[in-house]
Write a protein that binds this ligand. Structure first.
Ligand SMILES: [Zn+2]
Length: 262
């Protein structure tokens, strides 16, 4: 709610709602993960993204842009460039997981939320990043660790990276509370789609389409709505957290009173 976001702040007429870019993973010939029953990650990601957009527009008066709003193929670097052009307050990429073998499909379920790191937080996180990075354009080869270290050295100087971590925890906690899904934790990994973004950015694996029970839930529009609403709640909480700091920034545009709080 706008009132929550702006609580304690001086709302000015020019202060529009936050600008948010949502990135539904995959699209077109890039279907992403698939369940044995035929649920495709690309469709699930788009459905949840559209529901999330509607929720954010209604609740936060947010301006929301989708990197794709249909079943088109989009390269990872195009997603990044599109997002940066919007100069968003935050970026959320929506994905879903799957497991390759029948025995793994039976046991692996739950939600993971990622933010960017040069090295993966574990073997599973490394595999997820490798799968999600696989459709990069000229990225058959992984970027060198030097390149990554350079990007991250720069990032870490900025508060953007710290905010990505905050955003990840905020969204993840809300998702686990709101869906009752298994908590696979906040993770870090070198995702291409999160590199080079000039805004707090997270990638959410909303569940395993390959798990018998979770896959069926994910196919259900009502559960998709629940996922979208939980993400929106997490975003709202994050924006409230950073609201005070953003307010100081806008005070910089309109000169702050002498000795204004810092
Ligand atoms: Zn994906």
């Amino acid at each position: 709610m706008r009132a929550l976001l702006l609580s304690g702040l001086v709302a000015t007429a020019s202060l529009a709602g936050p600008l948010i870019v949502i990135d539904p993973g995959h699209g077109g010939g890039q279907e992403g993960a698939a369940s044995p029953g035929g649920l495709l990650e690309k469709n699930l990601a788009l459905n949840i993204s559209k529901k999330l957009k509607a929720k954010l527009e209604a609740e936060l008066e947010a301006k929301v842009k989708l990197t794709r709003d249909g079943d088109q193929r989009l390269h990872l670097d195009e997603r990044v460039m599109f997002a940066n052009r919007q100069r968003p307050d935050l970026f959320v990429s929506i994905h879903a997981n799957s497991m390759p073998t029948a025995s793994q499909r039976r046991v692996n379920e739950g939600i993971e939320t990622y933010f960017l790191s040069a090295s993966a937080s574990g073997e599973d996180a490394k595999k997820v990043a490798a799968r999600e990075n696989a459709e990069g354009r000229q990225q058959a080869k992984a970027p060198s660790s030097d390149t990554l270290a350079f990007i991250l050295a720069d990032l870490q100087k900025a508060e953007t990276h710290h905010d990505s971590s905050r955003l990840a925890y905020s969204v993840h906690e809300s998702l686990i509370a709101g869906t009752g899904a298994q908590d696979r934790g906040v993770q870090q990994a070198p995702f291409y789609v999160l590199m080079g973004l000039e805004a707090p950015a997270v990638l959410i694996e909303v569940g395993f389409v390959s798990h018998p029970r979770e896959g069926a839930r994910l196919a259900d529009a009502k559960y998709q709505q629940q996922v979208a609403e939980s993400i929106a709640e997490g975003i709202k909480a994050f924006l409230a957290q950073v609201g005070a700091r953003e307010s100081k920034r806008s005070e910089g545009v309109v000169p702050a009173p002498a000795g204004g709080s810092r």
